[in-house]
Ligand binder design. Structure first.
Ligand code: SF4
Ligand code: SF4
Ligand code: SF4
Length: 332
């Protein structure tokens, strides 16, 4: 028999062995009997009912409760609905923080995890995965000429291509509260939108509202982030550099959590007036006004190609230049 507690076994199941805080977070969501059911997943309600000596109806109700808490996901099979537990810590984070019953104490424990255990865990993940799971996409109204931007790197195209769109609160800002950036700006499309609408964690919106959210995010200095592949995007995150699950540890520890876009900021020295707005807006300290020339200078090594500086330059002195081939974005 395992010497680990049930909650430690749940932490193992989402690939965070040895964590002190993840078991404590599970303990805030389920009791020990419920933890045993989670550990027995994946499965159908009928087979789980038999295994745990309860009625299929009661087991179905229990699994639905887990679904609303964000602990399990459903997949429709010919035999019925099959339930599986959240796959990894990011799913556990994103799904359970949006649960309507999650309170400040739950958020605060997550934030302690983010500040104490997460940086080392993220470093370990970086060492074993070939590429980051997400990538920055540029503010696409900042690209000149317009035709250089491809569909898979345009937040507006992702919105246009999907009929079902939902907006959810930004889970990172809900727990961290380090800035006053807008919170209800995480855009989900397609199946991810369906999932959040069914759970009640996302609000169904039309394309016009989604496009307004993109503009609002850009004006607030948030960066568009999506999946690191060239098709079938599920979300457009609008991230800040202070609360985000990924950006602060890239900035602080250099952990490669997000790929850059294919673009680089370029300053027109003749147009720049040295106002410093770009410097204030860049999360990566990649653009700085040179003290001698009073002209903004971009550090190509640090620039992530987000375009946040470009949209706020009062002199329109910044453009984004394509510096990586389209093959830079993984096909799958
Ligand atoms: S990844 Fe970005 S937008 Fe998504 S929840 Fe975190 S900070 Fe918010
Ligand atoms: S915001 Fe524009 S004008 Fe101001 S320093 Fe930056 S590049 Fe120059
Ligand atoms: S200089 Fe900074 S704000 Fe501008 S595109 Fe690069 S990373 Fe983004």
């Amino acid at each position: 028999m395992s010497e680990k507690s049930l909650y430690e076994q749940l932490a193992d199941k989402i690939m965070v062995p040895g964590s002190k805080l993840i078991p404590e977070l599970f303990a805030m969501l389920v009791n020990e009997d419920e933890a045993r059911i989670l550990l027995a997943l994946p499965g159908f309600a009928t087979e789980l009912a038999e295994k745990f000596g309860t009625s299929p109806k009661d087991m179905e109700a229990k699994l639905k409760d887990f679904f609303h808490k964000g602990l399990v996901f459903k997949s429709i099979k010919p035999e019925g609905v099959k339930y599986r537990m959240c796959r990894d810590i990011v799913q556990f984070h994103d799904a359970t923080i949006l649960w309507s019953g999650a309170g400040r104490d739950y958020f605060d424990k997550w934030q302690i995890f983010m500040e104490t255990e997460w940086p080392a865990y993220a470093k370990m993940v970086e060492s074993v995965v070939p590429r980051p799971f997400t990538r920055i996409i540029p503010v696409d109204r900042s690209i000149t000429p317009r035709t250089r931007i491809l569909a898979f790197e345009s937040a507006r195209e992702v919105i246009e291509q999907n009929d079902t769109i939902a907006v959810t609160p930004c889970t990172c800002r809900l727990i961290a509260r380090k800035c006053d950036s807008p919170v209800e700006v995480c855009l989900q499309v397609g199946k991810a939108a369906d999932y959040n609408i069914e759970r009640g964690t996302g609000r169904k919106i039309n394309k016009d509202e989604a496009l307004e959210i993109l503009v609002k995010s850009e004006e607030a200095g948030l960066m568009h982030v999506t999946m690191n592949r060239s098709h079938d995007m599920h979300f457009i995150c609008n991230c800040c550099g202070c609360c985000c699950i990924a950006m602060p540890i890239m900035i602080e520890y250099g952990t490669k959590m997000v790929d850059p876009s294919r673009f680089l900021a370029v300053v027109d020295a003749d147009a720049c007036q040295g106002c410093g707005t770009c410097e204030d807006r860049c999360w990566f300290s990649a653009i700085i006004v040179d003290v001698d020339s009073a002209i903004a200078v971009v550090d190509a090594e640090k620039c992530m190609g987000c375009g946040v500086c470009q949209v706020s330059c009062p002199e329109e002195a910044i453009s984004l230049k394509e510096v990586r081939q389209k093959e830079f974005v993984p096909a799958a």
